[in-house]
Design a protein around this ligand. Structure first.
Ligand SMILES: [Zn+2]
Ligand SMILES: [Zn+2]
Length: 133
């Protein structure tokens, strides 16, 4: 293990599993406890709300979310990395993660046409699922 600059405060420290210097690691641990305490009561919150109420930096909250283990019992919503829409899992909202297919989708059809469209879609799905198997 070599020396490393702490990504939070920039001080040199002996590299460890947390990737932070001991002082920042302590701070992050204290922050994580604040976040978990808040969520125990709130159950459900957005990243912004947690940040506003606990004062914990958003990147620390995001890191907790990415690790996923602390917050799996709570419903935390945070912005999609592409469009900013609030999501509760992954890094992108369902729209953005569908991405390319959505961009080429045709605009919505008039209501009177929908039942017809559903029928032809079913036919399509049958054709494609046969093909895919
Ligand atoms: Zn540090
Ligand atoms: Zn999105």
């Amino acid at each position: 293990m070599g020396l490393k600059n702490c990504p939070e405060c920039g001080r040199l420290f002996v590299e460890n599993a947390s990737g932070l210097c001991p002082a920042c690691y302590e701070q992050v641990e204290a922050d994580e406890i604040k976040v978990v305490d808040y969520l125990r009561n709130a159950r459900k919150a957005t990243l912004q709300e947690i940040h506003d109420i606990t004062g914990v930096k958003e990147n620390i909250i995001m890191r907790m979310l990415r690790r996923g283990r602390l917050l799996s019992d709570f419903a935390v919503s945070y912005p999609c990395e592409t469009c900013g829409e609030l999501i509760t899992e992954g890094r992108l909202c369902s729209r953005c993660s569908k991405g390319f297919t959505d961009q080429i989708k045709k605009p919505a059809e008039p209501a009177w046409n929908v039942s017809d469209r559903k029928e032809s879609q079913k036919t399509h799905e049958r054709m494609y699922s046969n093909k895919n198997r």
